[in-house]
Design a binder for this molecule. Structure first.
Ligand code: PEP
Ligand code: MG
Length: 549
């Protein structure tokens, strides 16, 4: 103990990308970098044999990814399971497979050398396109290539399988497939060199409730192995080899937080009423049945955002009405009797959906996303609306339109909903909401109001489009501030332009306790947050006032 206090103390600062406090011993994970060995040559008569190895490894990796997706959906979060489903689609992409075969055939190299060369080329292509495509595509390619190389080499053990329980993981970056080991082995916190707030690493860490600090330069050189670390991801600060006094202060902080959390949990099922007597609805953002279950146990008053993209991922054909209805029913069943809000499909040109042949767009985030794509493919829209109308016979259901920029975006959905409603003889149509996630929508509330029953701020995209800063590109992170004054001004303008309109927030901002008073003062009366955050957000509401004075 004394020895430990005499260890050199090191204070390291980075950026907290998943909040929380944790104490543990460092586990330094040196990613085995791709070997730079010369490619292994083969004879022309062995080309077919290498094709066979490649096909076997692809099939095995596809199978592993399927198992992983199912486990992640069960154990972590359905949105994250979608990452592995996307990897399956990328891995089986005909262009990629053909390029791998051409590499073997053309350069007479082994399947394993072909994988290294081709994936490196793809990774570089993504890096070159970095300003337009999500930065994490490079991580995706690296992750798939590692899996395929391991499968070709017959390697089945992941280096993180041996991480000791209670570790603070120290790594360059966190790849999606690393994360499953963290939940199993009770890693207590993660310290990274790379990883933005919108990265896969951040999503995973937040979904698992793991404190995570990123943006720590030269991390592998600076942080020693097996040293005691006190991680405060709220402040983006870690103390390595702390003094006795620092430990005592930190442990007091952890204890106070734990007590506050227990108190919040105890009151989670009670309504959240502000100090000035206004009841605020706290709903949940969900993607799968477990999310909904967890949300209801945590005191959610319904579902404020059901992300449905997951149902479409990794499929060769889009789901039909019955498949959609079954999946929606399964996901929402734990919330039956409470309001539930289904968001229409919000896919964009940067996500590989095999059943739509996308033309490459130079600016995918500004291209055919969300409602724009649904207007272009009315069949997709109709199927979803039919499923939701059928669902409305069993659930108190609402509909959210993603990526609205023009009042017509909502008008078109309303028109289609009304038409299908009368065809299906639905007596009361579900309420229709517009997501306000573009500045144009925020400044058109008066016109949108004619077609919508409520508005829900998607502050993640609203911030991205207001600051012209890719939400997943760490390089422009300093521009992406969802709590900036300009964002609150857009909320206030929306409220003032459409005074009677029910307003909710379903972006990440709604889950940050310190911003609740300002949101309520802008007229927001419903918040929709990740299931684990519900108790804490209800407590924050109880401490707030709707009127600033
Ligand atoms: C948002 O943009 O804030 C939002 C809730 O939608 P998503 O994060 O799914 O784009
Ligand atoms: Mg959005």
């Amino acid at each position: 103990m004394l020895m430990c206090d005499k260890e050199a103390t090191l204070l390291i600062q980075g950026k907290g990308i998943s909040p929380g406090l944790a104490e543990g011993r460092t586990f330094v994970h040196r990613d085995m970098l791709r070997s730079l060995d010369a490619p292994t040559g083969i004879k022309a008569e062995n080309i077919e044999r290498e094709f066979g190895h490649l096909d076997d490894a692809t099939a095995r990796t596809t199978g592993d990814l399927l198992v992983l997706a199912t486990r992640v959906e069960k154990e972590i979060d359905s949105r994250l399971a979608a990452v592995f489903e996307t990897h399956q689609v990328m891995l089986n992409d005909p262009t990629l497979r053909e390029e791998l075969r051409a590499e073997i055939r053309g350069n007479l190299v082994s399947a394993s050398s072909a994988v290294k060369a081709v994936f490196l080329r793809w990774e570089k292509r993504f890096l070159l396109m970095e300003s337009q495509l999500a930065r994490h595509k490079g991580d995706d390619m690296r992750d798939i290539s590692k899996r395929l190389s391991d499968a070709l080499a017959g390697i089945k053990i992941h280096p993180l399988e041996h991480i000791p329980p209670g570790s603070v993981l120290v790594a360059n970056r966190l790849l999606p497939s690393d994360t499953i080991f963290l939940s199993q082995h009770s890693t207590v916190a993660v310290l990274l060199e790379y990883g933005g707030a919108g990265s896969h690493a951040a999503l995973f860490a937040r979904a698992m409730g793991l404190p995570c600090i990123a943006d720590i330069p030269m991390i592998l050189k600076r942080v020693p192995a097996d040293a005691l670390a006190l991680v405060d991801a709220n402040l983006g600060e870690v103390i390595i080899g702390p003094q006795a006094k620092q430990k005592a202060i930190f442990r007091q902080k952890v204890d106070a937080r734990r007590k506050a959390f227990i108190a919040a949990q105890a009151r989670a099922r009670e309504q959240a009423v502000t100090r000035d007597g206004v009841a605020i609805a706290v709903l949940a953002n969900v993607g799968c049945r477990d999310d909904t279950k967890r949300a209801m146990e945590n005191g959610a008053e319904g579902v404020g955002l059901y992300r449905t993209e997951h149902i479409y991922m990794g499929r060769m054909t889009p789901p039909d009405v019955d498949e959609l209805l079954d999946e929606m029913r399964r996901t929402l069943e734990p919330a039956q009797g409470n309001p539930v809000c289904v968001r229409l499909l919000d896919i964009g040109a940067d996500k590989p959906f095999p059943f739509i042949s996308f033309l490459a767009e130079t600016n995918p985030a500004l291209g055919r996303r969300g409602i724009r794509l649904l207007r272009e493919y009315p069949g997709l829209l109709e199927t979803q609306l039919q499923a939701v109308l059928k669902l409305s016979e069993e659930f108190d259901v609402r509909i959210l339109v993603p990526m609205v920029a023009l009042p017509e975006d909502v008008a078109k959905v309303k028109e289609c909903l009304t038409h299908l409603g009368s065809e299906l003889r639905v007596s009361a149509l579900p309420k229709l909401g517009a997501m306000i996630e573009t500045p144009a929508a925020a400044l058109s509330a008066q016109a949108i109001e004619q077609y919508a029953d409520f508005l829900s701020f998607g502050t993640n995209d609203l911030t991205q489009y207001t600051f012209a800063a890719d939400r997943e590109n760490a390089a422009v992170e300093q521009y992406f501030n969802d709590a900036a004054d300009v964002i609150f001004r857009l909320l206030q303008i929306t409220h003032d332009d459409a005074p009677g309109m029910p307003l909710s927030v379903c972006g990440e901002l709604a889950g940050r306790a310190e911003h609740i008073p300002k949101l309520l003062q802008c007229g927001v009366r419903t918040l929709s947050v990740a299931p684990p955050l519900i108790p804490i957000i209800k407590e924050a509401i109880r401490e707030s006032r709707c009127n600033a004075t």
